[in-house]
Design a protein around this ligand. Structure first.
Ligand SMILES: [Zn+2]
Length: 148
């Protein structure tokens, strides 16, 4: 990479498919009891089996519960905001298919615009920019717009 160019990278490998036209979260499925979990843990939290394999999760799901993060999280927090730049954001638990519930940021922070059960979809959003210009991405859930 030449100077002045910036890259985009996922904040952690093996959390979502990237780069991808339609990114998906990477969970795991247990070969013994079929339990699906996120993120990948290397063993099944339900039955303890080590026979788990990567499993791509549905991109859409229903908002199970949510809250608003209205202040800068305590350390360690890798988001890169300062008290001056911080903006409140939503945090929610989204039920993906009938498989698993995943906690993540929401693109909508206004509780008046969020409803339990509304359809959400996975989006990849900027998380922070490293000093070398690398843009670090994370996943979030966005309300599915009407008619989409
Ligand atoms: Zn299992």
């Amino acid at each position: 990479m030449s100077p002045g160019e910036s890259a985009t990278v996922a904040f952690a490998p093996d959390v979502f498919t990237w780069p991808a036209e339609r990114p998906q979260l990477i969970g795991q499925r247990c070969a013994s009891c079929q339990a699906v979990t996120f993120p990948v843990q290397g063993s099944c939290p339900r039955c303890g089996s080590l026979e788990v394999a990567a499993h791509l999760l549905p991109e859409r799901g229903a908002l199970w519960t949510f809250t608003t993060q209205g202040f800068l999280p305590k350390e360690p927090y890798a988001g890169g905001e300062t008290p001056e730049t911080f903006r409140p954001y939503g945090v929610g638990l989204v039920q993906l298919g009938d498989e698993v519930r995943v906690e993540g940021r929401l693109t909508e922070a206004d509780p008046a615009k969020l409803t339990i059960g509304m359809e959400m979809e996975l989006v990849i959003v900027p998380f922070r920019t490293d000093p070398d210009g690398t843009e670090v991405l994370t996943f979030a859930f966005a309300p599915v717009s009407e008619g989409a």
